[in-house]
Design a protein around this ligand. Structure first.
Ligand code: 4AD
Ligand code: MG
Length: 450
C-alpha cells in the first residue's frame, strides 16, 4: 500500500483534483452562515480554501455539525473540488460529508487586533495565523535554498558542536553552563572554528545550526538563539569569499521569489524590490564608508552617563550600528558589502590586511530596505605566530585554543568563510517588522516561554 504521506491531499495541490471528490483534514479558520448555507474557511497548513455546505446536499446531522463549528475546530471534510476565480485561492469545495475531530472552545486569538505581548505569550497558537504561516513557509524555503545551493556546489555539510569549551565571537555574549567535572561549557556563538578544522579535512564545507548569544540588545534584529549557516573554504581569499556570499544571497532571494509567490502576496511584500537582487551587488571599504558618513553628517551615537550623544565626525575605528548602516543603505537597491574593518572592532581570528595592518580582511553584507547586516565573514589568520599573539591580546584561554592553533601548525593554508543569519534574511525577504516573527519560537532576553 502507498504510504499515507503520498496519498494525503492538501489544499496547495487542489489544482490536481478539479472535478474529483476528495477528503481534506484541517482546522476551521472561520465560519459564516446564510440560511441553508454554511461557509467554512478551511486551513490545513498548506493554504486556505472555502468549503460550502448546502443543506440540500448533506444529511441533517452533517448540516447541524457544520453550524456548530467554531474557530480552530479540527475537522475532516469530503467534497468535490470546483475551480472558482472569485474564491480566495481560486477553488471551492462543495461539501458532502463532514466529521468533527475536536470542537475548539473560545480560541483566544480572534480576528480583532491583539497586542504584541499577548501574541508572543500565545506563540504556539499565533503560528496558525495567515501572516505567521506565510513567514514560516518562506523561512522553510530560505533554508531549502541554502542547502540546495551548498549541496549543489560541492560543499559538504559538517556539523559543529553546540557545547564548546571557549568563545568564538567575544566573551561578553556567552551562555555558560556547568559541564560535569570539567568545569564550564559554553553554548556555541558560531560554528566557525570547527568549520575551519573541517575544511582542512574535507575541502569546501558548511556548518548549519543554532547559535547562541547572550545579547543585551533589545532590538528588532537580535535574538539570543538564532540559526546560522557558515561556509568555510580552504584556499579562498577575501575576494573569493565575497563572490560566494553574493551568489548565495542572489540564489536565496530568487528561489523565494519563484516558490513563495502566494506567501509574499499574503505578506504584501513589494516583490519588484526583490527581483532586483542580482549580482553584482555593491561593495565599499570601511574607510570609504566612513568618508561617506562624514560627507553626509551621520554621527556616531554613543551613550555617555546614560545620555545619548552624537559624535561628529564619525570616528574612524568605531563599529557601525543600525544608524550608520541604514543611512549608508538608503542609497542602494541591492545589498552592499563593506570590507576591511578596523582590526580593533572585529574578532581575533581575522587576518590583517598585508597592505594596511590597521584593518582586517573582514566583510559584512548589509541588506537594503533596513535589512541590516545579514552576513559577517572574513579571511582567517593563517599564520601561527600572529594568531597566537591575537589570542593572548584578547585574553582568551590558550589551552582551549591549542587545537585551533594546530590548524596553523600542520599544513596551514589561506582560508575564508562567513556566516549568514537565517532570521535576519527571512526578516528582510518577508518584510517582517520584528525578527521574533521569523523563527517558530523566539528566544529573547525577556522571553523564553512558550
Ligand atoms: O557577524 P557574526 O557575529 O559572525 C560570526 O559569527 C562569524 N563567526 C561567522 C563566520 O565567519 N563563519 O554573525 C554572522 C551573522 C550576522 O551577520 C547576522 O546575520 C547573524 O549572524 N546574527 C544574528 N542574528 C540574530 N540575532 C543575533 N543576536 C545575531 N548575531 C548575529
Ligand atoms: Mg557581525
Amino acid at each position: 500500500m502507498e504510504s499515507r504521506y503520498k496519498s494525503y491531499k492538501s489544499i496547495e495541490n487542489l489544482k490536481d483534483y478539479i472535478g474529483e471528490t476528495i477528503t481534506l483534514n484541517g482546522w476551521v479558520h472561520n465560519k459564516t452562515e446564510k440560511g441553508k448555507l454554511v461557509f467554512i474557511m478551511l486551513r490545513d497548513g498548506t493554504g486556505f480554501v472555502q468549503c460550502v455546505v448546502f443543506k440540500g446536499n448533506v444529511s441533517e446531522e452533517v448540516f447541524e455539525n457544520a453550524k456548530k463549528l467554531t474557530q480552530e475546530t479540527s475537522i475532516s471534510l469530503t467534497g468535490s473540488v470546483r475551480e472558482d476565480n472569485r474564491a480566495p485561492g481560486g477553488f471551492e469545495i462543495d461539501v458532502t460529508d463532514l466529521k468533527i475531530y475536536h470542537l475548539a472552545k473560545d480560541y483566544p486569538i480572534t480576528p480583532k487586533e491583539h497586542g504584541d505581548a499577548f501574541l508572543l505569550e500565545n506563540r504556539h497558537l499565533w503560528l496558525r495565523s495567515s501572516r505567521q504561516m506565510a513567514i514560516m513557509r518562506v523561512r522553510a524555503a530560505v533554508i531549502k535554498a541554502i542547502r540546495d545551493f551548498f549541496d549543489g556546489n560541492g560543499f559538504k555539510l559538517m556539523d559543529s558542536p553546540i557545547l564548546t569549551p571557549s568563545a568564538c565571537e567575544g566573551t561578553s555574549t556567552l551562555f555558560e553552563t556547568k559541564y560535569f567535572d570539567l568545569g564550564s561549557a559554553y553554548l556555541s556563538q558560531s560554528g566557525q572554528l570547527y568549520a575551519e578544522a573541517s575544511c582542512m579535512a574535507l575541502g569546501k564545507v558548511y556548518t548549519f545550526g543554532p547559535t547562541f548569544r547572550a545579547e543585551r540588545s533589545k532590538t528588532r534584529k537580535h535574538l539570543t538563539e538564532f540559526w546560522m549557516v557558515e561556509p568555510e573554504m580552504p584556499f579562498f581569499d577575501l575576494n573569493d569569499d565575497m563572490d560566494l556570499a553574493e551568489d548565495l544571497v542572489e540564489y536565496i532571494v530568487q528561489y523565494c521569489l519563484k516558490t513563495c509567490q502566494k506567501e509574499l502576496e499574503v505578506l504584501e511584500r513589494d516583490t519588484t524590490k526583490l527581483e532586483k537582487i542580482k549580482r553584482p551587488f555593491y561593495r565599499m571599504s570601511y574607510s570609504e564608508a566612513v568618508e561617506w558618513l562624514h560627507k553626509n553628517n551621520i554621527p556616531l551615537k554613543k551613550k555617555i552617563d546614560g545620555q545619548e550623544v552624537d559624535i561628529l565626525p564619525f570616528p574612524w575605528g568605531e563599529d557601525f550600528g543600525a544608524v550608520q548602516e541604514e543611512a549608508i543603505m538608503e542609497q542602494f537597491d541591492k545589498p552592499c558589502i563593506i570590507h576591511r574593518y578596523p582590526a580593533e572592532a572585529k574578532a581575533f581570528y581575522m587576518k590583517r590586511d598585508p597592505e594596511n595592518p590597521k584593518v582586517v580582511l573582514a566583510m559584512d553584507m548589509l541588506a537594503p530596505e533596513k535589512g541590516g547586516e545579514i552576513i559577517g565573514g572574513s579571511q582567517r589568520e593563517d599564520d601561527f605566530d600572529a594568531l597566537y599573539q591575537r589570542i593572548v591580546e584578547h585574553n582568551l584561554p590558550l589551552d582551549a585554543f591549542q587545537w585551533y592553533l594546530d590548524l596553523r601548525k600542520y599544513g596551514s593554508v589561506p582560508h575564508s568563510g562567513f556566516g549568514l543569519g537565517v532570521e535576519r534574511t527571512v526578516k528582510w525577504i518577508t518584510g517582517a517588522a520584528h525578527i521574533r516573527e521569523t523563527i517558530p519560537f523566539p528566544r529573547m532576553i525577556y522571553r523564553i516561554v512558550p
